[in-house]
Ligand binder design. Structure first.
Ligand SMILES: N[C@@H](CCC(=O)N[C@@H](CS)C(=O)NCC(=O)O)C(=O)O
Length: 228
């Protein structure tokens, strides 16, 4: 990479896909600058940001004028373009296909199901001032349970990480998503020793980058705890 040039990323660290991008950038030491966004203040709806991403969503990456949205695409682009350890997004076709297999599944399973628990337990009550809708929450938890079963029985059946023997971008997406309900004080892996061991392996593999990315979420959890 040309010296002095920084990859720019627009992130709100309360957002799961943003944290996955943040962790990869931190771990791989790709020179970057974080443009902090506050979704709660509507900063993603300004004219300037809408020009960058008409979808009005984070994360967004800008690399030497190349604008890219979608965490999945950003993670794979960074791991392919920059000189990072190969395990993040293996070049060997079958190993790479395993990562693509998980990430394709992630966006219609782990992501919506874990996110819904957080939305019902934290976001909607905060926005509307109403109580948690317990019936909807129970349905969301049941959907999430199905997803957790599949993570255990399919992706982690014979291997320490979701797509093989080493950590990949797939583990980052999954770990950040499954941590989100912690913002409402809920550890969705509490009764899941196999997934807990996987989460510990992910945390050990990325070191302090994990807590650095999750600091804002932990602070939200602590503020809510203090109010109880
Ligand atoms: N599929 C996208 C999802 C991005 C996304 O949904 N971002 C949320 C935060 S987690 C957002 O920006 N929401 C703002 C809004 O929808 O108003 C990705 O993985 O990057």
């Amino acid at each position: 990479m040309a010296t002095g040039r920084l990859v720019e990323v627009y992130l709100d660290l309360l957002s799961q896909p943003c944290r996955a991008v943040h962790i990869l950038l931190t771990c791989t030491k790709i020179p970057h600058r974080v443009r902090t966004m506050a979704l709660r203040k509507g900063e993603h709806r300004t004219l300037d940001f809408t020009k960058l991403n008409p979808m009005q969503k984070v994360p967004v990456m800008v690399d030497d004028g190349f604008v890219l949205t979608e965490s999945d695409a950003i993670l794979k682009y960074l791991a392919t373009k920059y000189d990072v350890p190969e395990h993040w997004y293996p070049r060997q076709p079958e190993r790479r296909a395993r990562v693509d297999e998980y990430t394709a599944w992630h966006h219609t399973n782990t992501r919506p199901h874990a996110a819904k628990v957080f939305i019902l337990e934290v976001l909607l009550p905060a926005q509307s001032g109403s109580l948690v809708d317990e019936a909807r929450l129970n349905r969301a938890l049941s959907d999430l349970d199905d997803t957790l079963d599949k993570l255990e029985s399919m992706f982690l059946r014979r291997q320490p990480f979701l797509c093989g023997d080493d950590i990949t971008v797939a583990d980052l997406l999954a770990a950040c998503e499954l941590t989100q309900p912690l913002g409402g004080g809920r550890d969705v892996l509490k009764e899941r020793p196999q997934l807990q061991r996987w989460r510990s392996r992910v945390q050990s593999a990325v070191g302090e980058a994990f807590d650095k990315a999750h600091g804002v979420l932990y602070a939200l959890r602590d503020r809510r705890r203090a109010r109880l």
